[in-house]
Write a protein that binds this ligand. Structure first.
Ligand SMILES: [Zn+2]
Ligand SMILES: [Zn+2]
Length: 133
């Protein structure tokens, strides 16, 4: 009997933090980005708010993933501030940011995960790695 090759959609969720201040005073806000494998690349298809307890329970960000993480037309942007932009800190975590300048310009950002401040350039490929919240 021939084994049927069903092409399963390859998708997972990576965690991202929004540095914009919440009205209720919470310091930073967590959200999940759903990424999907398309044509040997990983693209962002959806973003949703998530709290830390749920994120821990779901065990997101456990696998290493490499891709452009470009956004699809359906990608709604950060659920808190609406931006499509995001950066990756040297700690390996992702966070969104809003910036007016051109992509080629160097920008200074502070990571809401570890509070490191660094210079960023736009990146073509992102390596997402697992880790603790
Ligand atoms: Zn945001
Ligand atoms: Zn960091």
């Amino acid at each position: 009997m021939k084994k049927e090759q069903t092409k399963r959609l390859n998708a997972k969720v990576v965690l991202c933090r929004c540095p914009s201040k919440a009205k209720d005073g919470a310091s930073s806000r967590l959200f999940g980005i759903r990424i999907e494998e398309r044509h040997s690349d990983w693209v962002r298809t959806w973003a949703f708010k998530i709290n830390e307890d749920n994120a821990k329970r779901e065990g997101y960000i456990t696998e290493r993933t490499t891709g452009s993480l470009s956004s699809t037309d359906d990608y709604p942007g950060c659920p808190y501030c609406g931006t499509h932009r995001f950066a990756q800190c040297s700690c390996g975590k992702l966070f969104c940011f809003q910036h007016e300048k051109q992509d080629s310009e160097k920008i200074t950002l502070t990571c809401p995960w570890c509070n490191q401040t660094g210079d960023y350039h736009s990146v073509k490929t992102v390596h997402v790695q697992g880790g603790d919240l």
